[in-house]
Design a protein. Structure first.
Length: 484
């Protein structure tokens, strides 16, 4: 059940060309090579794509550094002291050597890229450095760094070209004072005052990290609440955390323009306010890398936003041309891109395929605290789209949370009303990205809340709150198995 199997005129392509070496591209390449196909990956900037080189890996490394500073600076509440005990002089305030921070994160990104390159090479994948475009029906025309052009012939193509930062005409990044998220790692010192434009996931993560690293931060939010696409209870917790650590939020306004000044930046908002700071980071979304790669000539349709139209098995509107990742307009997550790539290969080879099901995707916002979600949302329940019972348990009652000095966060579980099946969850906590996994298993495999509630957890542990929240839902549901 839930599988798509098509046999008419299906074939297993001997030669597969992949345009783009990000998560969608390299995961597809590994699966295809393992199945015995002749695979060529065309990538212009380096294996791993923006996810590894300029986005996920470096940004989450920056977040990890900021979290390390948070834990060090909070350690005095645990009775930890630094410095010489004899003279009663204690150094308790950590500081960031920003040149070392950025040097480390860029090194990690390059190392990860090289590891991917080595893995693909070991699997027998041909890697071509250059800019590619579709050559109908299913080949790629490649231009290398020297300007030479050649053709990669194939029986099927996967497009995984990703996306790049959106820019405003009145706020052009210069890589020095006005930055997009790919340029944030050029800085050698902690910004004195970083103005972050955009309160979505990227903006919130950078605002959280820069504040923890010692910068003054102002976050420009077009909505009344930050993270407008996330659970509102979780967003409220994050806003409270922002207020506690000193992140200022300029709500209900947009950036009209950003200009360089003698010693920083001036950000004019649409409501007339003018913000001044040392730097400005633009985090206003992404644009798919779909222009100039021959989509129209190959019969591949795109949306008004420029994203490639795909179905749940990664097919485009052109025969034997598939697409994966941020260029498709699905959830802009590396995990989704990788899954789309794997699904594309499985489908083109004619086997049974589990279509992409976005409601089973777990995602995380790497702020402090982290916000992890999976499945049905509170907004969908409130709108009546889903009938669900909800249990929300604050972490302040959790003994391990008390030991760890966690002052905010919660676990929320949604179960289908009447049946008790787990259909969604939210976790707000340090390492929520790890804690969401058992609840993602529950959603994916349609477990009953009692399955979660009756599973042993370690005492004391944060995961204990997962089973406790599930136990609270037992009172609202009837397990049909009780009649067996």
């Amino acid at each position: 059940m839930g599988h798509v199997t098509t046999h008419a005129k299906r074939f297993a392509p001997d030669r597969i060309a992949i345009l783009g070496g990000g998560p969608g591209g390299y995961e597809a390449a590994m699966v295809a090579a393992d199945a015995g196909a002749e695979v060529t990956v065309v990538e212009e900037k380096g294996l791993g794509g923006s996810a590894v080189l300029t986005d996920v890996v470096p940004s989450k490394t920056l977040v990890a550094t900021a979290d390390a500073m948070r834990r060090v600076n909070a350690s005095t509440s645990f009775g930890v002291r630094f410095g010489s005990h004899e003279d009663d002089h204690y150094e308790t305030e950590a500081w960031a050597d920003f040149s070392k921070v950025n040097e480390r994160l860029l090194k990690l990104a390059q190392t990860q890229s090289r590891d991917i390159h080595a893995s693909l090479t070991a699997a027998g994948v041909r890697i071509v450095s250059g800019r590619g475009r579709l050559l109908p029906p299913t080949s790629l025309e490649v231009t290398d760094a020297g300007g030479d052009t050649f053709v990669v012939e194939a029986d099927a193509v996967i497009i995984a070209t990703g996306a790049h930062p959106r820019e405003l005409e009145t706020a052009k990044p210069d890589g020095e004072r006005i930055l997009n998220w790919t340029q944030a790692y050029n800085l050698t010192d902690v910004p004195e005052h970083m103005i972050v434009v955009g309160s979505g996931v990227t903006g919130a993560e950078f605002a959280s990290a820069y504040r923890r690293l010692g910068a003054d931060v102002t976050l420009v939010s077009s909505r009344e609440q930050v993270l407008p696409g996330e659970d509102s209870d979780a967003a409220s917790v994050l806003e409270n955390a922002f207020a506690r650590v000193g992140v200022k939020v300029a709500a209900k306004s947009r950036a009209q323009s950003v200009e360089r000044t003698d010693d920083g930046v001036s950000v004019r908002l649409t409501d007339g306010r003018v913000l001044t700071g040392s730097h400005c980071l633009m985090a206003v979304g992404g644009i798919p890398n779909t222009a100039g790669i021959g989509l129209e000539e190959a019969g591949v349709e795109t949306t008004e936003s420029g994203h490639i139209r795909v179905d749940t098995v990664s097919r485009t509107t052109a025969t034997n041309i598939y697409a994966a990742g941020d260029c498709t307009g699905m959830l802009p997550l590396a995990s989704v891109a990788a899954m789309q790539g794997r699904i594309a290969v499985a489908h083109m080879q004619g086997g049974a395929v589990k279509p992409l099901q976005l409601h089973r995707v777990s995602s995380n916002v790497f702020t402090s605290p982290e916000i992890a979600t999976v499945g049905v949302t509170q907004a969908q329940v409130d709108s009546g789209k889903y009938q669900a019972d909800v249990a929300k348990l604050d972490l302040t009652t959790n003994p391990r949370a008390k030991m760890m000095n966690i002052r905010e966060g919660f676990v929320k579980i949604f179960s289908r009303r009447g049946s008790g099946t787990v259909i969604g969850a939210v976790v707000v906590a340090p390492r929520a990205s790890e804690l969401i996994f058992p609840l993602a298993l529950a959603v994916t495999h349609k477990l009953h809340v009692d399955d979660v509630a009756s599973t042993f957890t370690v005492y004391p542990s944060l995961s204990g709150s997962l089973s406790e929240a599930a136990r609270r839902l037992h009172l609202h549901t009837v397990d049909p198995r009780d009649d067996d």
